[in-house]
Write a protein that binds this ligand. Structure first.
Ligand SMILES: Cc1cc2nc3c(=O)[nH]c(=O)nc-3n(C[C@H](O)[C@H](O)[C@H](O)COP(=O)(O)O)c2cc1C
Length: 324
């Protein structure tokens, strides 16, 4: 059985499940695997500026699936040439997150037929995304892995869905199994955007040890912070923090962000440890849904399991009603 929502209808998907464009982690193989399995896979172009990587991964996704796929970027960081490069590969969807989408949105609309998806972290961003002409919004809760804002998904998703109607809204943040997808649908979302769970898949491009760390970790051990962005001089706008697993570097610098900004030796120590992929120093992006990750699996298997679990959860809810 397939679930039909505004998202599946817009793109001709089998399942209302989206792999977000996780920068550098969601490459062509992962995106293609999700799309082939009936979801929407998106290549993570991140901040742009890596045209060779982007061309390689976009060529790969295009070669490996004939189903719809997408690509996404960080609005605050990308340049016009990154977008032009991505549009050459004719994605079915382009996702913009974090920062002002307007200049890039105009270009996507002018130069392609791609569905424009804008990820938002609060109602003000949702209004701006609608003004920019977004076809679909993603309401991202603070539970999410990686960068994001302060609003929790449970109240944010229905509020954005009410604001945006009839524009479809997807839910993101902390969704890692079919119960979460069913909850997203109950909140009025047309689908679920699932990052951390797909980061723990065989096709994800992750450093050694990251998959195992995600399997081991609990949501209790995740934290939103600016510390690691300051250490790696990532230049993120102040309003967006990153949810990662806690580690020794974060513990040392928590609540000392201003001091860290001016400490060249601490930043040099970070760079040295990052060169060794020391997971006690570098960020392992992870959402609170990491509790629910107990294994590393092929992405196609994950899509099938998520779809089956969603149907089981919806059936369970329907039976509650029937029991009256
Ligand atoms: C490893 C990782 C990298 C991410 N990178 C990006 C990114 O480059 N661009 C983006 O729009 N969102 C990015 N996100 C956030 C996702 O779009 C999405 O909001 C989030 O993964 C949903 O929460 P979840 O991780 O709890 O499923 C990233 C998330 C993770 C886990």
């Amino acid at each position: 059985m397939t679930l039909t929502t505004a998202l599946t209808e817009l793109l001709g998907l089998e399942h209302p499940l989206v792999l977000p464009p996780m920068g550098g982690t969601a490459g062509g193989a992962l995106a293609a695997a999700v799309s082939r399995a009936g979801g929407l896979g998106m290549v993570g172009g991140g901040r742009g500026g890596a045209p060779d990587w982007l061309r390689r991964e976009l060529a790969l996704v295009r070669a490996e699936t004939s189903r719809p796929w997408g690509v996404g970027f960080l609005s605050w960081a990308i340049g016009p040439e990154d977008l032009a490069c991505a549009l050459e590969y004719e994605p079915a969807a382009v996702m913009l997150s974090f920062g002002d989408p307007v200049p890039h949105a105009e270009r996507v609309r002018r130069e392609s037929d791609a569905l424009l998806i804008v990820q938002v972290t609060d109602l003000a961003e949702a209004r701006r995304a609608l003004d920019a002409g977004a076809d679909v919004l993603v309401a991202q809760g603070t539970e999410a892995g990686g960068h994001g804002g302060r609003r929790a998904a449970l109240p944010l998703v229905p509020a954005v869905a009410d604001l945006a109607a009839p524009v479809p809204v997807l839910a993101a943040g902390g969704i890692a199994d079919g119960r979460g997808v069913a909850a997203a649908l109950a909140l009025g979302a047309a689908g679920a955007v699932i990052g951390t769970r797909f980061q723990a898949s065989c096709e994800a491009l992750t450093a050694p040890g990251v998959g195992a760390a995600l399997v081991r970790a609990s949501g209790d051990e995740t934290e939103r912070s600016r510390v690691l962005d300051i250490a790696r001089e990532a230049g993120w706008p102040e309003r967006y923090t990153a949810r990662t697993l806690r580690n020794g570097y974060l513990d040392r610098w928590r609540a000392r962000e201003d001091e860290l900004r001016g400490d060249a030796a601490a930043k040099a120590a970070y760079r040295e440890a990052a060169g060794r992929h020391d997971l006690d120093v570098v960020p392992v992006w992870a959402g609170e849904g990491v509790d629910l990750i107990t294994d590393l699996r092929a992405a196609a298997e994950l899509v099938s399991a998520l779809a089956a679990e969603t149907e089981a959860a919806l059936d369970r809810l329907a039976r509650l009603r029937g029991a009256r």
